[in-house]
Design a protein around this ligand. Sequence first.
Ligand SMILES: [Zn+2]
Ligand SMILES: [Zn+2]
Length: 160
Amino acid sequence: MSCACGEYAHLELYREEIDRRIRATKKLKGALELIAEGGAGDQLLKCAACGQHWQSSRAWNWGAREYLFKVPDIGAAEWLAEPYMKPDEMLIYGASMSRFEEAQSFKEKDEACRAEGCDGRAIELSVLCKRHHIESLQKVWALPQYPRGRPFEPYGDGYT
Ligand SMILES: [Zn+2]
Ligand SMILES: [Zn+2]
């Protein structure tokens, strides 16, 4: 039994990539089995032929349309506890933050971050590392929140 999983790569974080995947999703989904459905409408699916796992999510900036992306193998209970981080959210976060970062210097200095349990180094004009500095600004300014969910490769932690 053959399948089309090999024809799809991990999504690159560009708007056009999400557009394309939204259009391919209906056909692609027909060959997948539903494993679990999460609270926010996310679904975990699996290809019966090759075992590839996929997550279906809604891309809010694209009119909440459904799209599928490849994810690492995972059990239903573990996935339900924390679904994978959504590429559409990583993309929107990255685009908003890059505008913000252009105006900021995040040079590290020779001083430990003061946030509890953090082994990062503080950045200039702050006592905190870059991540904790941005978190503190998110509390008082309307900075975009870090994308929620379980990080996975090839996206690293999704926001750096
Ligand atoms: Zn497959
Ligand atoms: Zn820190």
